[in-house]
Design a binder for this molecule. Structure first.
Ligand SMILES: NCc1[nH]cc(CCC(=O)O)c1CC(=O)O
Length: 311
């Protein structure tokens, strides 16, 4: 076994660094006395802060630079927020493990209202995600949605300064940064389905780096792994990437994996939602079959109409 440090690549945002330190601790517990180092890498999404994510040319704006560092050998392990990691495989790299998943939901933050249902007609809500926008408009067509980018701290400040009525963020990020006191309500998964992989951390290695993969597999959580395999198979089969509103929930009860998926038009007027269960040993089948069900119900026409609208 080599004695050089294991270098772990991450974005430099406060949330990314929290996640990287968490992974470093988990690895140190299995890999000691070898040193684990954290290497910060700036991604395209970190550099360009003034454009809507949906217009930044799509896939991998928060992950590609870290994957490149992994391929170059600058780092040995990439730590990603899994929901930012495209499902398209990168030759030479392998998603190797997912530690236990954090909270999966989306939450309302607001200085004025306690609950989503308290929002008055025409209230202004900030979000940078097409998935959140479409699901909010499907539930409440009267609300006004505006773009908001930036780290979580920045967004909280902008909401206060600009008098915005509310904002939707992932619960996991707020909890991890100790900002849980800002959460007013976890939005019901009945209508706000989280992003594929939300709340999970993905650990990616070079496919041929057997030694690192061995250590990284030691911090894997099998239930999280099965759920994210199913969720990502659904997304990959639908082929929507990040430019189309797709949401999902998953659960495992007594060896059965249940996946519920939704596809919407970006304006929220059209929505499909469907559910499928299968053995936890076959997560890829559950995901691909649920996607096929959504396609038979017309998912492709919803996705295609969005592709035309966004031009
Ligand atoms: N780049 C957005 C991003 N990627 C991961 C998280 C939060 C943590 C997670 O959902 O895993 C966030 C912020 C948000 O959506 O509020």
């Amino acid at each position: 076994m080599s004695e050089r440090p294991l270098r772990l690549g991450t974005r430099g945002s406060p949330l990314a660094l929290w996640q990287a330190h968490d992974i470093a601790e988990r690895l140190r517990a299995v890999i000691a006395p070898r040193i684990v180092e954290i290497v910060r890498i700036e991604t395209h999404g970190d550099r360009i802060q003034d454009q809507p994510l949906s217009q930044m040319g799509g896939f991998g704006v928060f992950t590609r630079a870290i994957q490149q560092a992994l391929l170059d050998g600058t780092v040995d392990l990439a730590v990603h927020s899994l929901k930012d990691l495209p499902t398209i495989p990168v030759p030479g790299l392998a998603l190797t493990a997912t530690p236990p998943r954090g909270p999966v939901g989306d939450v309302l933050l607001s200085e004025k209202y306690e609950r989503f249902d308290d929002l008055p007609q025409g209230a202004v809500i900030a979000t940078s995600s097409l998935r959140r926008r479409a699901q909010i408009l499907n539930e409440r067509p009267d609300l006004r949605l505006i773009e908001m980018r930036g780290n979580i701290d920045t967004r909280l400040r902008k909401m206060r300064e600009q008098g915005i009525d509310g904002m939707i963020l992932a619960e996991a990020g707020l909890i991890r940064l100790g900002l849980g006191e800002h959460i007013r309500e976890v939005l019901p998964s009945r209508w706000m389905l989280p992003a594929v992989g939300q709340g999970a951390i993905g650990l990616e290695c070079r496919a041929d780096d057997a030694e690192t993969r061995h250590w990284v597999e030691a911090v894997n959580d099998p239930d999280t792994w099965a759920r994210i395999q199913a969720e990502r198979a659904m997304l990959a089969t639908l082929g929507g990437g990040c430019l189309v509103p797709i949401g999902v929930t998953s659960r495992i009860v007594a060896g059965t994996l249940t996946l519920r998926g939704t596809v919407l038009s970006t304006d929220g007027t059209r929505r499909l939602i469907d559910e499928l269960s299968g053995p936890v040993e076959k997560p890829l089948n559950v995901g691909a079959e649920l996607a096929a069900q959504l396609v038979s119900a017309g998912a492709n026409s919803i996705l295609a109409s969005d592709a035309i609208d966004s031009r």
